[in-house]
Design a protein around this ligand. Structure first.
Ligand code: GLN
Length: 543
């Protein structure tokens, strides 16, 4: 199968939405029956984002095979409906680490190890490793052209056109075309400069995607085409839109996919974007609005909860409900009757690490439980729900997690003893169980659901497979009293019988899970737990 590569770089400024643009283009090409995959290259030195703070990097997205990756992989999965793997994202750090391991083993037979060719070769090998069984491989280069740290990636993708053949490589450059209101003009100069910078590295872009507030008019597109040496029909305008799901159509309307297929000489049927139309129509047809509170630590940073927020919106689409999301700082919740909680139709506590803000989370769960407010706990949100129930219903005041109090008397949540440590062995040797990075229960694991439970009804399956990312889990030995008091375990891991889902049945909707269902929700299908949570929150009347 001929492999065609589309390399996407960014220019002028960061945060232009390169990931969404790449995912949207992937979605159109997939809709043309092409086999598409997307790879994200991150120029930072961390081996993966697993140990990085969400304030630095946003959410850590977890793949089925247990890689901790950039959140853009979440967009890729949601847009192109293809499962990402540990090969779809790598960093400068992981490349260096791999090259250094080889150097220590003597694999280079005494050569001097250099950025070119050793680092660039390792980058190219990793791109090619991920290309198997695909006609189109989109490769998004993180950062902005001009950054020192992304140079080896740019050099590697420059070389790939020589290795593979220029006719099988397209370079797309995503830039900003600002509107200067005082002059009343759209400015093309930053784009020209950015392209110049790319040219100085040896890359002539074939397509320019211009991000702007308003559509870039033909005259300006002609000007960009002339100065940047690309045909005018390859200067694509990508204006701000109120929904990211409108972007595939916006790109298709400008025939970006036709241009690419002609360039690669691919004979692929027209893209059918009906599924996307449905999503956009569902967005328009919501007939009520509800407010869901996400109680967490990163309220100024919605990207920290990207997949959760997306999954809530997908569930809204499925219920024809507009979901407004309120990020609430758990540290501001000092008692269970705070006004902030009273306005919510539903409460969700997402995953998290460390003891900061735990008290506010315990109070929010108590409030939801006692006042029949739909509650959805995810990972940490399940662990805290168990602690809350043990403390306030069972009456064990010392119940806690050893994550927050290693010496606690009643550790209802404890370190995973038999840790199923993940390491992607496709390109490195297996780690020992000593590091913080890559030493959690990670990735997809099967879970058995109990008959007559809400989860069993919602999934309509006995065994489900969901993705994990945690170091602590429910302590089975201390569960009996809690279950007798009314909090039931309705899902258990298939391999070692650990609690994975809990439910309280005499409550309108109280469900929490140890895994992360948000990672598998898509705009087209939603996720059964999120869909039912929103349905139930929709019935919970608030003013
Ligand atoms: N901190 C908890 C653990 O390590 C929960 C992790 C999470 O919410 N992803 O088990």
């Amino acid at each position: 199968m001929t492999k065609n590569y589309i390399f996407i770089t960014g220019g002028v400024v960061s945060s232009l939405g390169k990931g969404i643009a790449a995912a949207s283009l992937g979605a159109i090409l997939k809709a043309r029956n092409l086999k598409v995959t997307i790879i994200k290259l991150d120029p930072y030195i961390n081996v993966d984002p697993g140990t990085m703070s969400p304030t630095q990097h946003g959410e850590v997205f977890v793949t089925e095979d247990g890689a901790e990756t950039d959140l853009d992989l979440g967009h890729y999965e949601r847009f192109i409906h293809t499962k990402m793997t540990c090969l779809n994202n790598f960093t400068t750090g992981s490349i260096y680490s791999q090259v250094l391991q080889k150097e220590r083993r003597g694999d280079y037979l005494g050569a001097t190890i250099q950025v070119i060719p050793h680092i660039t070769n390792a980058i190219k090998e990793r791109i090619i490793l991920c290309s198997k069984n695909n006609n189109i491989i989109l490769v998004e280069i993180g950062g902005t052209v001009g950054d020192i740290e992304s140079l080896p990636f740019l050099e590697a993708i420059r070389q790939m056109a020589v290795d593979i053949g220029r006719k099988n490589v397209i370079y797309i450059h995503l830039t900003l075309v600002p509107y200067i209101s005082t002059a009343g003009e759209i400015k093309t100069k930053p784009t020209q400069h950015s392209v110049k910078q790319l040219l100085s590295i040896g890359i002539q872009p074939d397509i320019l995607i211009c991000r702007s507030e308003q559509t870039v008019p033909l005259n300006e597109r002609k000007k960009i085409a002339l100065f940047c040496n690309v045909p005018v029909n390859a200067v694509i305008s990508l204006k701000d839109v109120d929904s990211i799901y409108k972007i595939p159509k916006l790109l298709k309307n400008q025939k970006l996919d036709n241009y690419i297929c002609e360039y690669f000489q691919l004979n692929a049927p027209e893209a059918d974007l009906k599924e996307w139309e449905k999503v956009i129509n569902a967005e328009k047809s919501s007939n009520k609005t509800i407010v869901i509170g996400i109680i967490g630590k990163y309220i100024k940073l919605p990207d920290a909860y990207k997949s959760v927020i997306e999954a809530l919106k997908h569930a809204g689409l499925k219920n024809k409900i507009k979901v407004n999301i309120k990020l609430i700082n758990s540290q501001n919740i000092k008692n269970k009757n705070v006004r902030q909680l009273k306005k919510l139709n539903g409460i969700l506590i997402p995953g998290g690490f460390g003891d900061r803000g735990i008290v506010g989370k315990l109070l929010s769960i108590q409030y939801a439980r006692e006042n029949n407010i739909p509650y959805f706990g995810i990972c940490l949100g399940m662990q805290i729900a168990i602690i809350e129930f043990a403390q306030n219903v069972v009456g064990i005041k010392e119940a806690n997690s050893t994550e927050f109090d290693p010496e606690c008397k009643y550790p209802v949540i404890d370190l995973i003893n038999n840790q199923n440590i993940h390491t992607c062995t496709k390109y490195t040797k297996k780690n020992n169980n000593i590091d913080l990075g890559g030493t959690m229960k990670l990735g997809s694991q099967p879970c058995k659901l109990s008959i007559n439970s809400l989860s069993r009804k919602l999934y309509n399956k006995d065994i489900i497979i969901e993705r994990h990312r945690h170091r602590y889990e429910v302590n089975n030995i201390l569960l009996k009293k809690i279950e007798t008091a009314g909090l039931k375990v309705t899902g258990r891991s298939q391999n070692n019988n650990v609690a994975e889902i809990i439910e309280i049945s005499n409550h309108p909707w109280f469900l929490a899970c140890q895994f992360h269902p948000e990672f598998t929700s898509t705009p087209r299908d939603g996720h059964p737990l999120f869909i039912d949570f929103i349905k139930s929150a929709g019935k919970n009347k608030k003013n």
